[in-house]
Design a protein around this ligand. Sequence first.
Ligand code: ASP
Length: 325
Amino acid sequence: MPRILPIFAALLMTTAAGAAFAQSDYPNRPITIIVPHAAGGPTDTVSRLIAESMTRSLGETLVVENAGGAGSTVGAARAARAEPDGYTLMINHVAQASSGSLYRKLAFDPDADFDGVGLITDVPMTVVARKDFEPTDIASYIAWVKEHGDEVLYGHAGVGSASHLCGMLLMDALDVKMTTVPYKGTGPAMTDLLGGQIDTMCDQTTNTIPQMTSGAIKGYAVTTPERIEVLPDLPTLQEAGLEGFEMTVWHGMFAPAGTPPEILEKLSGALQVALQDPKVIERFAQLGTTPVPVEEATPAALDAHLAAEIAKWKSVVAKAGEFAD
Ligand code: ASP
């Protein structure tokens, strides 16, 4: 046997042992979670609660870094290019599935460039408006929007964001076109709704409940088929006559493709602990949502969910014929 082989074998063994050691040692420094939406918005709120809980169980700090813009595609491109070493992660929502169909040019592949860590939650949405918007209930809201059409300013978080998708569905159901105003996330859109610069939004309960409860904005309806426990007085859009209207926003944790499976497993375990954390459950409930069952907080469940959602949005977008550059 040539002498070179044992040397190679020894080298390989050391490298493999080194990698295994590095993984068993993981994490040994802070982890960044890229949130591809602006600070103060719904995805940011969910991510910070999860980061706080995972920090407790992993013993290293998980730092949320907001990188909003273009319906999450700016931040997702950054996460896709990060080193697949478990120290850069991303929390995104349904936009991860819709962006590949909506954007003609994307600097990343929303599926192939990521490994799933696990699903997190599924958040209801609400139709809301500035506090002095004239309509008093969902029936008068619908009538007003139909009458005023493009005079009504509708805020959203960019093409492909949840608030954009909900607005498209709403306008389609009402057969009306409002003027849409894109933001880097619905955090800043909410600031403008509070200031009266825009009229209305369809946004997640994780962003709207605190503002509705304090009376800072008006709430008209929820997008779920049933009313939700924390907002018992808000009718569903189906009750308001929009047959079959249903939209909730799933969220998942992703890692750049190529992240070692042992690291994905460790992260998914910590995510499952977070989803059973009484503090997370309580805060989620106050914000109108619940964690997914733990068996869905796994790489396999998120990978399968993402693939199914990509197929679903591909046909929705092709039917709507709306694309962005
Ligand atoms: N999730 C976005 C945000 O956090 C909002 C959206 O997609 O509508 O701002």
